[in-house]
Design a protein around this ligand. Sequence first.
Ligand SMILES: [Zn+2]
Length: 253
Amino acid sequence: MSGWRGVAHARLGHVSRLYRDTGVVLRTYKLRESDRIIVLMTEGHGKVRAVAKGVRKTHSKFGARLEPMSHVRMLLHEGRELDIVNQAESVDSLAPLVADLDHMTRGISVLEAVDQMALDREPNPQLYRMLVGVLRTISTNPSALVVPAFFWKLLTLEGVRPELDACVRCGETTPLVAFDMDHGGALCRNCRSGAPLSAEALEMMRMILGGKLNAALAAPSSSSTHEVASHATRAIEHHIERRLRSVAVFEHH
Ligand SMILES: [Zn+2]
């Protein structure tokens, strides 16, 4: 849309559309004196940036419903770049999440990853469902693998599922002793690069990605669960960095 038409629309005021959607608040930032920009992962409209007017006032109609991790049903006004939140009501309370510092830290790492992965106004209901699911799981399941498992599933959704069955370089199936996302998965002794991979951690990663998530989450915390977590964090960071680089290249052309 040209700038001129945008201005005309803004002046007419009644051209923009109202819509309803449900979303999770990923982050917020200040806008002017009493307003805030709310970044949401919605069920039907992908990542949405919307203005919540008066949200920073003491008696805001939104209360504390638009804080990071809030799960809200909203009525929004579609804008050219930023939408406007008209109404917001809580879907379910993720309060236990916010009350516990460890839950909070894990929840925030999930929000950050989704914020990096989700595209503006690009519907991705599966990502939305995964996000709601993992936030609920964090508040009920103490396993250290909840967030790492989410990261592996996120990468799979992005089409970068790691290869765990055979060496990514030579195809040898046993034993796989290293893990390197630069090559896309596990490596044998002859080809190894990246980080060392223990047999136990490999087995847990196979369980997570092979439909045995609950069994993996039942495993007690150990050096293997920590290892899986560190591979997952590195893999997601690697993927996000590569995406940011490809976006930067794209924007320079
Ligand atoms: Zn190999």
